[in-house]
Each structure stands twice: as C-alpha cells, then as structure tokens.
Design a protein. Structure first.
Length: 594
C-alpha cells in the first residue's frame, strides 16, 4: 500500500524529470564557476604580482567578472526552475490530494486531514534553497581533490572540515527529529481546535465556553511554541557551530598555506586560493544544515502524503453504464460509520420501483440517516449491496453516479458562490434553463427572485446570508438538479414552514411522476404526504416495510387498556380504548443525528 502512495508521488516528480536534469547540469556548471575566485587569486599572486603586468591583471579581472555574471545568471535560472518544479508537483498532485481530503472522512481515514498542508510543505521545500544545496553537495569531493592537487596537507584539512561538518549535520538530524515531530503533533491539535471553534462559534458564545476553549487553545499553542523553539534552538545552534567552524577552518587553511610558503612547498597564490577553495567546498554542507529544518518537515510531509495516498487509492475508471430508470434494490446491507467499530445498520433489504417513494421512520439513532448515506454511496457498506437497475453503486465513478442521485442531508450546507452555482452543483456546463427547472421543481423559484440579485446572489460559506429554511429549500433545488433517478431526503422539512412543506410534497410527487424514486427520512408526518411506502427502523434494523396506509394503521392501531373497573358493571359502559403509538412517534420533532 505504501509503495502505491510513493509511486504516485514519484509520478508527480517524473513530470519534472527534464527540469531536474537541467538543474543538475546547471549546478555542475555553477560549481565549476565557483572556482573562479580561487583561480583568479592564484593567477594574481603567482603571475600578475611577480610580473607586474597591468594588461594581464585587467584581462583576468574582465574574465573573472564575465564568469561571475554568468554564474549569477545560472543561479537565478536554477532558482526559478526549482520554484516551477515545486509548482508543477503541486499542480500534478493537488487534484488527487483534494479528492483525498473529501473521501477520507467518508472512509474513516485520518491521515488525510492535513494533506493539503503537507503538499504545501513539499512544494515550499522544492521551491526553496534546500534542493540547490543538495545538488551542490556531490561537488564537495571534487573541491577536496583540487585541494589535494595544491598540497596533500591542504587536502587533509579539507577532509577534516568535511567530516566535522558531516558530524554536525548528523547531530542536527538526530537532535531535531523529536522536537520536530512534537511540534507537528501540537500544530495538528491546534489547527483542529481552531477549526472546531470556528464551526461551533455560536454554541461556544451562547454557552459561555469561549474563555474555557480559549484557555485550552493557549495551552496547546504554548506546547506548540515550546516545541518549535526547541527545534529552532537546536537547528540554530548547530548552524552557528557549522558557520564558525567553516570560518575557523578557512583561517586555519590560510595559516597552513602560509606555513607551506615559508617552507617553500607552496606559492602565495596557492595559499590564498586554497583558503577560498576550502571555504567554498564546505559551503554546500553549511547551507544544507541551515535548511535542515525545512528538509525534515518536507520529509515528514512526504511520508504522510505517501501513507494517505496509499490508504485511499485513486478511484478507478469505470465502464459507462446507462442511466438508471427501473428500480433501487437494497440487498441485506450493513453499514459501519467511518471511524466506528459498531455498525449502525444491520441486514436491511427492500426493493423500490421507479415512480415509488418510501418514507423511512423510526426513533432517533435507529439508523435512518446512516441508511440514507449508504443509499447514495456516501458511506460504504460492509456487507450487501445497494443497486440501481441491478448495478452496484461502486460500478459507477463518483461523478457518473452523482448525475443519477440527488441527496439532501439534514443540514443543507451550501458553498460560497452564487445561488445558481449552488443549485447547479457548480457544473460549468449548466444552462440557466436547467437551474431554473430545478428551482421550480423545488418550489423555490419565487423565493430566489426576491433575493437581492436573484440567482446571482452571492452566498457566504455554509450559505451565510440565508435563513435555515431558505438554505434547505435551495438545497432541495440542488438535489433535484438534472432530474436524478434516485432522490434521498434526510429530514427535508426540519426547518420548513407551511409553504415550504407544501413545496416539498409537490417536489416528491414530481419525482414520482417522472418515474424517479424518492426516499424520505422523516420524523414529522407532513413529509410523508406524497410517499406510498413506509419503512420502519429500530436499533439499526428494518422492522417493517410496506404500503403507507397499512404500516401507519399498524403503528397507530388502538390498544385496549386494562382498568380495575372493567370487571364491574357500570352505567357508563366500558371505557373507550386508548390509542398507543408505537415507535417511531410520528409527531416527534426531534431530529435524528445518527
């Protein structure tokens, strides 16, 4: 599984293979150009000064300046290419990562909660200075080899410096690993609490919980900052140590060169050039240490992305199927809510033909909403199949199935955008006629016309700017967009007034008239006016299924109540029987949250 996730990430990088090869070539040329300073000093001290040749000095200076300009252009180009490599990787993986964040909560996945942020971390590293340092590191042995050409002692000094810098890099990795992981964990907790606070801001304010949640946030934030400080302190300490060591080594090599000059084993040019060359040889290692924190974070993000992509493979392409028009079959399904170990629906089976509508009733937490989610494919079944015209739901891709299914959840969450965009499910090819037809089918066309800008009214996140009833009615229009064959409504009249309930009844009748199937989860009887079948549930199991009149008559049948006076004659005659409603109570206004 992990191999599959790693393959996807590597495939994203594979699109940039030519660019990375170009960066490698440019890094080679840049590192060769880094020798310009060393050889310029070598020529000045060994050729220009002894010969006192001004034309030679001017020629060398002009050549060095041209090489420096060329080096600067190549480094700038390399940085720009790496930034675009990061963008290309992001563009290649972002659709998959976003799809992952949407699918994971429906499959109990936790590793995808911060996949977008992980991808941002990888892109930021690829577009930063870290990869440049990694491309420069392979040239360190070449610089050391040139130092050996100057003199074996100078080469030995360069090797000693490289070994110590490597040791500092290893210590940086080991010392920052724990604090970096802790900082990441605290950051995830902090982000989760902030998101929960944003979602439940009204309740937190009304219940006086803002200060207490704020105190909890402060504790988590304090732990996060401490871990961040610890990681930064360690990385900064080792970075400072490496910088000081490189400067000291440069001076030491200069002193060693002076000693060799005194002994007659080297020239003044070699003394200066070797000092510059050793400093340049160790610069990539120092830069790698400076970028080590970003490298560690990018590596952690890469691993999390690999695991998340492997846990949730990409949706396979399916053979196109004809539009369903005959029946819905539920074959002994059991449903396990995401992240739960206890099934919410057990062994439910029934069949509905086109043109029929079924009302699903039962007490709270009886499994009605879980069944609704399974019918539209939002939650997978752990046993059994849901079929449309004989084809299991997993034989369609999500996009193909969505054209045949309409779903209105208990809370009709709308997205930021216009009313028309929300009704059209953000279909870029939607026509105004199709949007208006859906609104008219939901009985919300006149309501929309009275909004400030009609169908072009901009809505905030979650449908901000509309009342709960308006959101639910526009959500119903979105459900009916495109005349889907299967329409599933979960508590569709929870926030509706009398006019809204009448529009809902007409909408259900309209689905039936065009040969579609409608499943209505309801507590209030008014939502069942247009259905012809009833399915009752209790404790996750189907307890009855049949014609509406028969099931309701059975639920509301009179039940005689024994009385102490029934054995004695009375002038008033026997007591009238009481009506005892069975579960579910049809007049209950409690909304199911299962």
């Amino acid at each position: 599984m992990t191999h599959a996730g790693s393959t996807e990430l590597r495939a994203g990088l594979a699109h940039c293979r030519a660019a990375l090869l170009g960066v490698a070539v440019m890094s080679g040329v840049v590192n060769l150009l880094y020798l310009t300073g060393s050889f310029f000093m070598l020529e000045v001290y060994d050729r220009v000064i002894p010969g006192r040749s001004l034309p030679t000095l001017l020629g060398l200076a002009a050549l060095a300046l041209a090489l420096y300009v060329f080096q600067g252009l190549l480094e700038s180009l390399r940085a720009r290419i790496l930034a675009r490599v990061g963008r290309a990787v992001d563009e290649a993986l972002s659709p998959r990562v976003f799809d992952l964040t949407l699918r994971a909560p429906l499959r109990g996945g936790r590793s995808a909660e911060h996949a977008v942020r992980d991808l941002d971390q990888v892109r930021a590293f690829l577009g930063g200075s870290g990869p440049g340092a990694l491309f420069d590191l392979p040239w360190l042995p070449i610089y050391v080899g040139i130092c050996f050409v100057f003199h074996p002692l100078i080469g030995a000094a360069a090797i000693l410096g490289a070994v110590i810098l490597f040791a500092l890099t290893t210590c940086t990795e080991l010392a920052t690993r724990g604090p970096a992981l802790a900082a990441t964990a605290h950051a995830l907790r902090r982000q989760s609490l902030a998101e929960a606070g944003r979602r439940h801001a009204e309740a937190l304010t009304a219940l006086g919980m803002r200060e207490r949640i704020g105190a909890r946030w402060a504790r988590i934030n304090r732990d996060y900052l401490r871990a961040q400080e610890r990681s930064s302190d360690i990385a900064g300490g080792f970075g400072a140590a490496s910088k000081v060591w490189r400067m000291a080594l440069q001076s030491g090599v200069l002193a060693l060169g002076a000693f060799l000059v005194i002994q007659g084993q080297a020239t003044a040019g070699i003394m200066i050039a070797s000092s510059i060359l050793v400093s340049r040889a160790l610069a990539p290692a120092e830069l790698a240490i400076a970028n080590w924190k970003g490298f560690v974070q990018a590596r952690q993000s890469w691993r999390r992305l690999t695991g998340a992509l492997a846990h949730m493979p990409a949706e396979a392409q399916r053979h196109a199927l004809p539009r369903p028009c005959l029946c819905l079959s539920v074959e002994d399904i059991s449903v396990l809510p995401p992240g739960s170990t206890r099934a919410a629906v057990f062994g439910v089976r029934f069949s509905i033909l086109g043109g029929q509508a079924v009302g699903v009733i039962g007490a709270s937490a009886s499994g009605k909403s879980s069944l609704a989610r399974a019918l539209v494919g939002a939650w997978p079944t752990v046993r059994g199949q849901v079929r449309l015209d004989g084809a299991a739901l997993d034989q369609w891709t999500s996009a193909d199935l969505g054209r045949h299914v309409g779903y209105l959840p208990q809370e009709a969450e709308l997205l930021a955008g216009t009313v028309a965009e929300n009704i059209a499910r953000f279909d870029l090819e939607a026509t105004p006629e199709a949007v208006i037809a859906a609104a008219q089918a939901a009985g919300v066309h006149d309501l929309i016309l009275h909004l400030p800008e009609g169908y072009d009214t901009q809505l905030g996140e979650g449908g901000a700017g509309l009342s709960a009833g308006q959101r639910q009615r526009i959500g119903l229009a979105r459900t009916l967009y495109g005349d889907p064959f299967l329409v599933v409504l979960d508590e569709p009249n929870a926030n509706l007034d009398t006019d809204g309930e009448h529009a809902l009844t007409r909408a259900i009748a309209g689905v039936r008239e065009r040969g579609g199937i409608c499943v209505v989860v309801a507590h209030r009887p008014s939502a069942l006016a247009a259905v012809d079948l009833i399915l009752t549930m209790a404790d996750g199991r189907m307890t009855s299924f049949g014609p509406k009149e028969e099931i309701l008559r059975r639920i509301l049948r009179p039940t005689p109540v024994a009385s102490p006076d029934t054995a004695r004659p009375s002038d008033e005659g026997p007591s009238p029987p009481r009506v005892r409603p069975l579960e579910p109570p049809m007049n209950s206004a409690v909304q199911e949250r299962a």
